[in-house]
Design a protein around this ligand. Sequence first.
Ligand SMILES: [Zn+2]
Length: 102
Amino acid sequence: MIIHLQTDTPLTLILIIAVLGMIVYMIHAGFSYMKKRQHIYQEEIPHKFTTVIKCLNKDYSAEREFREGDFVGKIEGSCPKCGNNMVIDYIYALYTQKKQQL
Ligand SMILES: [Zn+2]
C-alpha cells in the first residue's frame, strides 16, 4: 500500500510517525496482555474436585474423587456403621499446581 503524504511541513511527518508508533505500541501491548491472560488461565485450570459424603446420623464421613452428576444432598449409598443414608455434604476443588506469583 502506497500512502501519498503531503510533506509540506516536517512537523506533519513527525506527527504521523508518532501516531503510527503509538498504534504499533498499542497493538504490541494488547498482544502481550492477551498472552499473559492466557498464561494465568492455564495456570489456574489444573485442579481436582473432591466429594465429601456424610452419614445422616453424622457418625461417618468419607471422601472420594468427584464424579459427574454429583451434587450436594445426593444420596450416596448407606453408612457402613449404622446403615442410614449417606448424602453428599460438600464438594471442593483443589489446585494441583501452585499459582504463579505475579
Ligand atoms: Zn451412620
